[in-house]
Design a protein around this ligand. Structure first.
Ligand code: ASP
Length: 284
């Protein structure tokens, strides 16, 4: 049994074009370092996953926040969610454009406590009421996205276990390239792209429709029995998804015992983990 704090981030599953794998790895490491300091100093898993995902949203290498993909009408519509496994509280937003950090708005939905998911222009009105600065959706549009070089999913996510054994998860994405307006993916949906409870915490990436149909995040935690390791549970569910539904998916999992898993069936997936001793491991 490993003690917290432990933190694991991902930068999306997919095929990374030349040079992009390194940028994604560097971005994951920087975000993980920033959030791990919070955990080391006694911060909550919830604050840590939010901090990591905000750092990844601000990094234009990822398809989340700045750098989000464009939909079929050339606009940015972002999805994000966050969950506190110790209280089973959650917040999520879908199809928002005028906020800098969608995961920050998702956290505001969690903290406000009346609803779990808010979407579209009404979610943006809620953001203003909460005092979040309005930004033009154009701030998220990078030259790379305009040129439509998107090949990897590059959604971002983080799972964390804090010193007091609390688990949390968060996910953020611009969604799938060329998606129809109003399409909301798994990254907004609790139980699909994001879930955390007393057993573990999960953040997913890949084809949202497949992940939603699998109820992937919650399914992985259900597979995580006391006698099953995190890696085995995650692999088993991914194989099940391939058999029953098909498609591309990846996920990061942290168990309450501090075991981690990074699994995917894509060509690559950038990730980074920092353990209780401050040891950093990463891969792409
Ligand atoms: N899962 C995200 C979605 O379908 C995309 C991704 O992971 O890149 O919106």
């Amino acid at each position: 049994m490993r003690e917290g704090p432990i933190l694991l981030v991902h930068g999306g599953a997919g095929r990374y074009p030349e040079g992009q794998g390194e940028a994604a790895l560097a971005g994951c490491e920087a975000a993980a370092r920033r959030a791990w300091v919070l955990l080391r100093d006694g911060g909550t898993a919830l604050d840590a996953v939010q901090a990591a995902v905000m750092a990844l949203e601000d990094d234009p290498s990822f398809n989340a926040g700045t750098g989000s993909v464009l939909n079929s009408e050339g606009s940015v519509e972002m999805d994000a969610s966050i969950m506190d496994g110790s209280t089973l509280t959650a917040g999520a937003v879908g199809a928002v454009g005028t906020v800098r950090n969608p995961v920050q708005l998702a956290r505001m939905v969690l903290d406000e406590g009346h609803t779990v998911l808010r979407v579209g222009p009404a979610a943006e009105t809620f953001a203003r009421q909460q005092g979040l600065e309005a930004v033009s959706p154009e701030v998220h549009v990078t030259p790379r996205q305009k040129a439509r070089w998107r090949q990897a999913h590059e959604t971002v996510g983080c799972v964390a276990l804090d010193r007091r054994g609390r688990l949390a998860a968060a996910t953020s994405t611009g969604g799938l390239f060329d998606k129809p307006p109003g399409r909301v993916g798994d990254s907004s949906l609790i139980g699909c792209g994001t879930y955390a409870d007393e057993r573990g915490a999960v953040s997913c990436t890949g084809q949202g429709e497949v992940i939603i149909r699998a109820g992937l995040a919650l399914r992985v935690l259900s597979a995580l029995q006391a006698d099953t390791g995190a890696e085995e549970a995650a692999q088993r569910v991914l194989r099940w998804l391939e058999r029953r539904i098909g498609g591309e998916a990846g996920l990061i999992l942290l168990s309450h015992r501090g075991e981690r898993a990074v699994v995917h069936n894509a060509q690559g997936m950038a990730w980074c983990c920092i353990d209780a001793e401050g040891r950093l491991e990463s891969g792409v």
